[in-house]
Design a protein around this ligand. Structure first.
Ligand SMILES: Cc1cc2nc3c(=O)[nH]c(=O)nc-3n(C[C@H](O)[C@H](O)[C@H](O)COP(=O)(O)O)c2cc1C
Length: 357
């Protein structure tokens, strides 16, 4: 029987990035690990936080159980409800659990402090920039990871103490901070900072992950693919809408948050684009969810409708590549496919990375 190989005898391949850094890819390992501060994720995949109530305990814990980072979406839920989701997730996994919270949310600080009290491993902040969150992260020793779309925001985040940054391109689902493609902004931002850079927006296949590594990225964040997983808390009708969607069904809307948002062309969105949706001022049930609401329509109501499966009245956020998703899979299957595709693109010669080997 052949002798078992010692760790240093196992086959290793060196992936050389465009900045001439070396990334060691162990053929027997899944993917390079992702380090954020003292955290170490054995799988460099962050499941993007998806509100309202799309990424909760079941999805986040399933991703964490595979070695990735699972994020519970805090935006649009009451702090007490968030605490319950975090506790539930922690019962389901010993892996890395964090939250995603939008800076634009009025209860931003309460939600962050709830996550701190519930001892999450990481806090990701999107849709805006907050200095306070770095003070909180520093005081309670929790890594803070802002979502950025420019070199300037990346540099400022690093200066304030970000443990890593997520760079999100225009292909992403939900609110957008740029109209530029991910791979056009990623190399410049990687050059601009020393902290780990995680790429988001349109990451769907293992070959996309390989491309991110070839540029010097340290991980990826994926939203849309996980929204169409068995464990996502979206209604079955939502998941079906994803599977049936074609690329031409994806549109941009103006969100009351003050940013563009990428979504499916549901009847609600068609009416919105035709100016047929009453402005927010006509809506009685306002919970003042945003710090500054543009009052184009009630976003919380539209997102909740979608999550519950009311496609007619719902706002279904989705990434640009939703048309390429044609099945609802378990998180385990999604990750298995990604790893296989990643290895195939590195070692099978299907990606640009092959040239770099
Ligand atoms: C349904 C949906 C809801 C989202 N909600 C949030 C959110 O609450 N906060 C946030 O920062 N990003 C949100 N995002 C963005 C994701 O976290 C992630 O960065 C993005 O989806 C990545 O692009 P991809 O969908 O092409 O993978 C959302 C995305 C989707 C698809």
């Amino acid at each position: 029987m052949p002798r078992r190989l010692l760790p240093w005898e196992k086959p290793l391949n060196i992936l050389r990035t465009t900045h001439n850094q070396k990334v060691r890819i162990d053929l027997n390992m899944k993917l390079p690990e992702l380090k954020i501060g003292n955290l170490k994720a054995s799988l460099p995949i962050v499941q993007g936080g998806m509100g309202v109530r799309i990424s909760l305990a079941s999805l986040a814990s399933a991703v964490a159980n595979e070695g990735g980072i699972g994020l519970i979406a805090a935006s649009g839920v009451h702090p007490q409800e968030l605490a319950e989701h975090i506790r539930e997730a922690k019962k389901l996994t010993d892996g890395i659990i964090g939250i995603n919270v939008m800076v634009a949310i009025r209860e931003f600080k309460e939600l962050v402090m709830t996550a701190v009290r519930e001892r999450v491993d990481v806090i990701v902040a999107g849709a805006g920039f907050s200095r306070d969150i770095f003070i909180i992260g520093n005081e309670y020793n929790i890594p803070i990871v802002p979502i950025v779309s420019s070199e300037k925001a990346a540099r400022i985040s690093e200066k304030f103490g970000a443990a890593a940054i997520i760079v999100e391109g225009k292909e992403a689902g939900g609110h957008l901070g740029t109209d530029k493609p991910l791979f056009s902004i990623l190399p410049g931002i990687i050059k601009a900072v020393k902290i780990p850079v995680i790429a988001a927006g349109g990451i769907l296949k293992g070959s996309d992950i390989a491309k991110v590594f070839s540029m010097g990225g340290k991980g990826v964040q994926m939203g849309t693919r996980f929204a169409a997983s068995e464990e996502s808390s979206a209604a079955p009708a939502w998941k079906e809408a994803y599977v049936n969607a074609k690329s031409e069904d994806v549109v941009l809307i103006k969100s009351p948050v003050g940013l563009p948002g990428r979504a499916l062309n549901t009847s609600f969105v068609k009416d919105l684009l035709a100016n047929k949706i009453p402005a927010h001022t006509d809506i009685k049930r306002c919970v003042k969810c945003l710090k500054h609401c543009k009052k184009d329509f009630c976003i919380i109501e539209a997102l909740e409708n979608a999550q519950e499966g009311n496609m007619k009245k719902g706002l279904v956020f989705c990434g640009e590549r939703v048309g390429e998703i044609n099945n609802i899979l378990s998180v385990k299957e999604i990750i298995k496919n990604l790893i296989e595709e990643f290895k195939e693109s590195i070692f099978g010669g299907k990606s640009e990375c092959k040239k770099e080997l």
